[in-house]
Design a protein around this ligand. Structure first.
Ligand code: NAD
Ligand code: 4TP
Length: 330
């Protein structure tokens, strides 16, 4: 049975609600909230749900999660949190929960990290350069650039990104043969190791409209993306493209594909979030630890209400367990 660490993320957002809500039923995994216990108790009381927090024992074997209970690894908030109101002083708390979870996963006291949503702006406002979990975790793990992948819970669509949290204007200059080679190698290796998909077919999107229309609408496809796909194929990777992004996400192309590589955040993610918001999971490929996350943000306006959908977190827990099993060769 896996031990999954859950960091609820931004304390003013819906992350604490999610932790309380997923504790209401049994799971086939031990789930440990790395969080402030008072925050979780207060949010549980606020939404009128029972919650018993039991201290985790990392020296003992993981035990299944019982309804109404959650294991806790306590990290104190800097300031009391109010649902819906961001507090920059709590940014170090958010980062401390991630630091603790990464350390535990790296020393094998836990099997995987499942993250709730954070607010990137408030962390930056507090003085920490932060573009998202993915980059932060890579730095903590001293790992080369991981690849962000969003997958529906049933694997019907998987989307990876060549560039992630950078301004749109910076995208063209961030696309280069070295990074594309690393990204394609990581997708190829990680889908086999963590998802059991040997030699996945990767559909590679172009950057420009109609994949550059033979150079009349842009040159990145001819100069960079096409050669990167050819070089990957020569390494035994089943990459196809560059394909026009507007028609790549149609049944015809997706029927025989395992994953899409989009060139930038808003080329790929709106498609998968439109298809499966609240049952889609964010997975970091290429980290030395298993990490999954929800597909949504902090939804500050919903914190402490009865309108919080736990589907993405449930899926993130499930996929993390499958990845752990797959990584162990189960
Ligand atoms: N994994 C993460 O840490 C992560 C992911 C995405 C966005 N974010 C951050 O979250 C913040 C807010 O982003 P946003 O407003 O673009 O997106 P959001 O996902 O917070 O909200 C988008 C819409 O979806 C609704 N929604 C979101 N999650 C929901 C849930 N579980 N149940 C019901 N409704 C839900 C919201 O109410 C809102 O209408 C930003 O700072 C962004 O960077 C974090
Ligand atoms: N791009 C992600 C999404 O839209 O779901 C999100 O911002 C989270 O990114 P990190 O996993 O790097 O925090």
């Amino acid at each position: 049975m896996p031990r999954l660490l859950l960091t609820p993320g931004e304390p003013a957002g819906i992350g604490p609600d999610l932790a309380v809500r997923i504790a209401q039923h049994a799971h086939a995994a031990e789930i440990v909230a790395v969080a402030d216990p008072a925050l979780l108790r207060e949010r549980a009381a606020h939404i009128g749900l029972p919650l018993q927090l039991d201290p985790v024992d990392y020296g003992a074997a993981p035990a299944p999660q019982c309804a109404g209970r959650l294991r806790i690894d306590p990290i104190p908030l800097t300031r009391p949190a109010t649902a819906g109101r961001l507090e920059p002083d709590n940014a170090p708390y958010v980062l401390a929960t991630l630091d603790r979870a990464v350390d535990l996963c790296r020393r094998r006291s836990a099997d995987a990290l499942v993250t709730g949503p954070v607010n990137k702006a408030v962390i930056n406002q507090a003085g920490f350069a932060f573009t998202g979990h993915t980059g932060y975790l890579a730095a903590r793990c001293e790992s080369p650039a991981p690849v962000m992948m969003l997958t529906t819970d049933d694997g019907s669509l998987r989307v990876t990104l060549a560039t992630v949290h950078i301004p749109l204007a910076a995208v063209p200059s961030a696309i280069n043969d070295t990074d594309l080679a690393h990204t394609l190698d990581t997708i190829h290796t990680e889908l086999a190791a963590r998802f059991g998909i040997a030699c996945p077919r990767i559909l590679v999107a172009g950057l420009n409209p109609h994949a550059g229309e033979n150079g009349y609408l842009g040159h990145e496809e001819i100069d960079i993306i096409g050669p990167a796909v050819e070089a990957a194929r020569a390494r035994g990777i089943d990459a196809v493209g560059p394909l026009p992004a507007d028609t790549l996400f149609t049944r015809h192309h997706l029927a025989n594909a395992d994953v899409v590589l989009a060139m930038y955040h808003d080329q790929g993610l709106p498609v998968i979030k439109h298809l499966g918001f609240s049952r889609t999971v964010n997975v970091s490929l290429g980290l030395p630890i298993v990490r999954t996350s929800v597909d949504h943000g902090t939804a500050l306006e919903l914190a402490g209400t009865d309108r919080v959908d736990c589907g993405s977190l449930e899926a993130a827990l499930k996929i993390a367990s499958h990845m752990v099993a797959s990584s162990h060769g189960a």
